[in-house]
Design a protein around this ligand. Sequence first.
Ligand code: CP
Ligand code: NVA
Length: 305
Amino acid sequence: MPTHLLSLQEFSKEELVWFLDRALVLKKEKKAGAIHCQLAGKTIGLVFEKPSTRTRVSFEAAMYGLGGQVIFLSARDTQLARSEPLKDMARVMARYVDGMVVRTYGQQVVNELAQYSTVPVINALTDLHHPCQVLSDVMTVIEKKGPIEALKIAWVGDGNNMANSWIQAAGRLGFELTLACPQGYEPDAVILKEAQAQALGPITLVRDPKEAVASADVINVDVWASMGKEKEADARLRAFGGYQVNDALLAYAPADCIILHCLPAHRGEEITDEVLESRQCVAFDQAENKMHMHKAILEKLIGKK
Ligand code: CP
Ligand code: NVA
C-alpha cells in the first residue's frame, strides 16, 4: 500500500477494493452502534486552501469517529500564505501530526508535500484530482447497483478533477466509462491515455451527452466552473449549453439509472432542481459515504493497518 494518497493511479485494483470493502464494513458497524478507537492517540492536520463543507467535516468526523484528533488549518492563516517553502511546511507538520489531509490548487503542491513529509499526505482535492471523493462515489454505486465491473458509467460535462479521478478508477477497476465533454473542456489527455492503456473496460470520450447516457447505469455530473475557475463562469455557461442533466436528457437513459453529483450543485446549470431532488439522484448518500470512506482511508494510511 502506498504511503500517500495523491491520486488513484498509485493504487492497485486490490488496494482500491480493500478501501471499498472496509468502508462498507465500517458503515455497517457504525449503524449497528459500534464504537471505534483504532486511531486513539493519533492526530491529523487538515490544510485547506479552498473552501469545503463535505470533505472537511467528513474527514474530521471520520477521525474523531476512530478515536483520533484533528487540527484544521486554513492555508491562508499559515506561513504558506507568506511563501514559506512547501518542503519546510511538510517537514515541520510531520513533527506534530500523524498525517496531512490537503486541499489545494496544483497537484504539484500535494506531490511536493508528500516528497518531504515523513507522514502520509492525503489529497482532499486538487485542480487535477479528487480521489477520495471518487472512491466514496464508487462505494455508493456498489451499494445501489452491485459489482462495479459490470456497470456502464457516464460522465456528462466538464473534464475536471472529478472526471480525471473517475478515469483512473475505471482504469484500475475495469468498468465501462463514457465521458461527454464539450470541445476545449476534455479531461487531462495524459491521464486518459494512461488509463485507456491499462483498462479492462473501454474508456471513451464523446461529444454528445445523449450518446454517453444511452444504456448507462450511472450518470455523473459536476459543476461547470470548478473552484478556481470562477472567472470563466460566463464562457463556460455558453460552452456547456446542451450538457445539462435534465428530464430531456434522461429520456435517452435507462429508467433505472442513478444520478451522481458530488455537490455542491448549481441548480439550473449542470443539473435541474427536479433531477437533483428526484429519487434517481443519490447525492446525499454520496455525501454520507465520504465519512465512511475517509475512515477506511485514515485507518489504513494513518493507522498503518
Ligand atoms: N464534494 C466535495 O468535495 O464537497 P466540499 O467541497 O464541500 O468538500
Ligand atoms: N469539480 C469541483 C468539485 C467540488 C467538490 C471543484 O473542483 O470545484
